[in-house]
Design a binder for this molecule. Structure first.
Ligand SMILES: NC(=O)c1ccc[n+]([C@@H]2O[C@H](COP(=O)([O-])OP(=O)(O)OC[C@H]3O[C@@H](n4cnc5c(N)ncnc54)[C@H](O)[C@@H]3O)[C@@H](O)[C@H]2O)c1
Length: 352
C-alpha cells in the first residue's frame, strides 16, 4: 500500500481546526503534527487528536519526514512560513490571501515551480459544489453571453487585526469571478472607507474589467447591519442569484432577459422586449468544500497535478487586490494589474 501523505498543520486559530479535521479524516492522508504559537490553542488540539505531535515552533515540522504543510496563520505571516515550507521540500497549501504583496506571491509561485512542489491557495469557493454547478451552467451556455457579475459579501465583524476588509473578504469573490468567467481581470477601480480604525478599510467597493469586456463588482464590508453572501450573474439568455446563506435553493435561475432592437434610432427604448419566464432552483448535492479542497491537495501531490487554485491563481488574486489598493489611493482611478512572467522573471505592465 502506498504511503499516506504526511501532513503538518501550521496555525490552529479560527480556521485551522476546520482544515485539520478535514485532513485528519482523509483516507490517503496522515495528520502528523500541529504547530501554533499559542499554547492554549495547542491544548485544544490535544483534546481532539491525542496522538499527534504538538509544537509552538513550526520549524520543528521540518524534522518530521512530512510531505506537506497547511498554513492557516494570519496573512502577514504567510510569505515567511510558506517560503520556509517550500525551501524544506514540502508541498504547501496556504490560506488566502497567498501573501500581502504580488512580489512575494510571485516569489512563492516561482520557488514552487523551481522545486517541482505543489503550491495551492485556500480559495475555498472553487471547491464549493454550488460555485461548480454555476460554472457548469455557464460553460453549457445556460446564461448565454455573460454581461456582468455582482458580489455582496457583508456582515458586522469579524474585524481582522492585520488586514483590511478587502484583503480579508474580496479574495473569495475575485477567485470565484475568475473561475466562472474563465479569465483574469486586467483593470480595477476601487473605493474604500475607514470608518472605525484610521487607514484600515472596513468597507470596500471594487469594479473589475475583464479582457472580454465583461464586468464584475464586489461590495465587501465588516460594518453592515446584516450578513449577506450573494452573487448575481447576468447573461443575455438567463440570469441567476446565488445566495450562500441559504441551506436549500442556493441558486435561483431566472428565465428573464432583455432583447435590444436590431437598430437604435428614435424611440428605440420602446422597442426593447423584456422576457419574464420561470424561476428554477437546480438540486445541488452539497459536500463540505474544505473536504473537496483537502482531497484535491492530496490528489495533486499523489498524481503530480497542478491545483485548481495554484500559486498562479493565488498571485492573480493578490495582483488584483494590490491594483485595487492603488486605485483607492488614487481616488478610484482605473488601475492596470501588474503582470508577472515566470519565463522572463520580469514585472511588466498589463497590456490592454
Ligand atoms: N478560506 C476561508 O474561507 C477562510 C476563512 C477564515 C479564515 N481564512 C484564512 O485563514 C487564515 C487564518 O485565519 P484565522 O481567522 O484562523 O486567524 P486566527 O488569528 O484565528 O488564527 C491564526 C493562528 O495562527 C497562529 N500563529 C500565528 N503565527 C504563527 C506562527 N508563526 N507559527 C505558528 N502559529 C502561528 C496563532 O496563534 C493563531 O492561533 C487567514 O489567512 C485567513 O484569511 C480563510
Amino acid at each position: 500500500m502506498a504511503r499516506k501523505i504526511r501532513i503538518g498543520m501550521i496555525g490552529y486559530g479560527y480556521w485551522g481546526p476546520n482544515l485539520t479535521r478535514n485532513f485528519a479524516e482523509l483516507a490517503q492522508a496522515e495528520l502528523v503534527a500541529v504547530a501554533d504559537q499559542d499554547l492554549n490553542r495547542l491544548n485544544s488540539v490535544r483534546t481532539r487528536y491525542p496522538n499527534i505531535t504538538l509544537t509552538q515552533d513550526y520549524t520543528d515540522l521540518f524534522k518530521m519526514d512530512l510531505d506537506a504543510c497547511v498554513v492557516a496563520t494570519p496573512p502577514q505571516t504567510h510569505y515567511t512560513i510558506a517560503r520556509d515550507c517550500l525551501e524544506h521540500g514540502l508541498h504547501t497549501l496556504v490560506e488566502k490571501p497567498l501573501t500581502l504583496e504580488s512580489k512575494t506571491s510571485f516569489e512563492l509561485y516561482k520557488l514552487a515551480h523551481e522545486r517541482d512542489l505543489r503550491l495551492m491557495v485556500g480559495h475555498t469557493f472553487l471547491y464549493n459544489s454550488t460555485v461548480r454547478a454555476l460554472k457548469d451552467l455557464i460553460d453549457e451556455g445556460e446564461f448565454g453571453n455573460i454581461f456582468y457579475m455582482d458580489a455582496v459579501r457583508v456582515n458586522l465583524g469579524l474585524y481582522q487585526k492585520h488586514c483590511d476588509v478587502m484583503w480579508d473578504l474580496a479574495p473569495h469573490d475575485i477567485s470565484i469571478f475568475m473561475y466562472l468567467m474563465g479569465e483574469v481581470p486586467n483593470t480595477v477601480s476601487a473605493s474604500g472607507g475607514s470608518f472605525l480604525v484610521p487607514n484600515k478599510h472596513d468597507v470596500a467597493y471594487l469594479s473589475l474589467s475583464f479582457p472580454s469586456g465583461k464586468l464584475a463588482h464586489i461590495h465587501a464590508s465588516w460594518i453592515n447591519p446584516n450578513k449577506e453572501r450573494r452573487i448575481t450573474i447576468v447573461g443575455n439568455k438567463k440570469m441567476a442569484v446565488y445566495d450562500d446563506l441559504q441551506t436549500v435553493e442556493r441558486i435561483k435561475i431566472f428565465d428573464k432577459g432583455v432583447d435590444a432592437p436590431p437598430y437604435t434610432d428614435t424611440f428605440a427604448d420602446f422597442q426593447f422586449s423584456y422576457r419574464y419566464g420561470d424561476v428554477i432552483s437546480p438540486y445541488i448535492d452539497f459536500i463540505e468544500p474544505l473536504r473537496v479542497e483537502a482531497q484535491h491537495f492530496v490528489d495533486c501531490i499523489v498524481n503530480h497535478w497542478t491545483p485548481l487554485s495554484d500559486g498562479k491563481n493565488g498571485l492573480d488574486v493578490v495582483r488584483i487586490l494590490e491594483a485595487a489598493d492603488k486605485s483607492i489611493a488614487l481616488g478610484g482611478a482605473t488601475v492596470e494589474c501588474s503582470q508577472y512572467s515566470l519565463d522572463e522573471e520580469v514585472r511588466v505592465p498589463a497590456a490592454i
